[in-house]
Write a protein of this length. Structure first.
Lengths: 134, 133
């Protein structure tokens, strides 16, 4: 029965990784250069969830199967004065929409709470079962 | 043996199976919650109806045979994929409200069964001690 807590923990971990990814997206929403100075804007990242616990997918739970790059086009902004502008005066900005990120962040934190609730319930069930011994 | 018969009474056995049921169900509910954002995940649940039907059949069998001779060990519930909830674009048929309601119901059921089992054991130990509380 204690494996319920592990299942809940796998959910917590997955949602936290999702929230980390969203935070990275928001932090980089105006990043137009790569880590080594490459002239490529930051690409939006998203997590992919899959059934089964990390390490052993036959166990109940969830795991992050990968962090993928969003291949949608970059946002083009007309900034002729910017030194990164192309010949037409457009600068490519990351393909990040803050509204989408905020909604996803909200969803992730609610799902995190739901997992916590589940673990709380399981804990209260354990303690009532333990009272059988007294 | 005398003590075996006291411990393996029908009510105790029924309660034990019910306790197993709520524990297994809680595991499935936790799995459903963990996978609330997993694309293509189908919700899992235990069939309460088929479990109770099986239990009822066993109780009827136990009533018509000597005490403690019918074992309840093989009573189990089938895992099913309930079709309730809207299917989302990601192929997941989650329903958070339903899950939270089931979670609360299951925990209450568990606590009820534990209390009943506890009073069952309590009366047994009081009978052994020849004392009235």
């Amino acid at each position: 029965m204690f494996s319920i807590l592990d299942t809940g923990a796998s959910g917590l971990q997955a949602q936290r990784i999702r929230l980390d990814t969203i935070a990275a997206n928001i932090a980089n929403m105006h990043t137009t250069h790569g880590p080594n100075g490459e002239k490529t804007p930051f690409r939006r990242r998203y997590v992919q969830f899959a059934e089964g616990r990390a390490g052993d997918t036959s166990l109940p739970g969830v795991h992050v199967s990968g962090v993928e790059l969003d291949q949608s086009p970059f946002i083009q902004k007309f900034e002729p004065g910017n030194k990164d502008a192309d010949e037409n005066g457009y600068v490519a900005y990351p393909n990040i929409d803050t509204t989408v990120e905020f909604v996803n962040a909200l969803d992730a934190s609610r799902a995190y709470e739901a997992n916590v609730t589940m673990m709380e319930t399981a804990k209260s069930m354990f303690s009532s079962s333990l009272r059988l011994l007294a | 043996m005398f003590i075996d018969r006291l411990i393996n009474e029908t009510p105790t056995q029924v309660l034990e199976q019910q306790l197993n049921f709520t524990e297994t169900r809680q595991q499935l509910l936790a799995d459903n919650i963990a996978n609330v954002d997993t694309p293509g995940y189908q919700q899992k649940d235990l069939s309460l109806d088929s479990f109770q039907a099986m239990l009822r059949q066993k109780v009827a069998m136990a009533d018509s045979s000597p005490d403690g001779s019918v074992s309840f060990e093989d009573v189990h519930a089938e895992v099913e994929n309930p079709a309730n909830g809207i299917l989302f674009h990601d192929g997941n048929n989650r329903s958070m409200e339903q899950l939270m309601t089931d979670n609360a119901k299951n925990a209450l059921m568990h606590n009820l069964v534990v209390e009943l089992l506890r009073s069952q054991y309590q009366s047994l130990s009081e009978a052994l001690k020849e004392k009235v509380s």
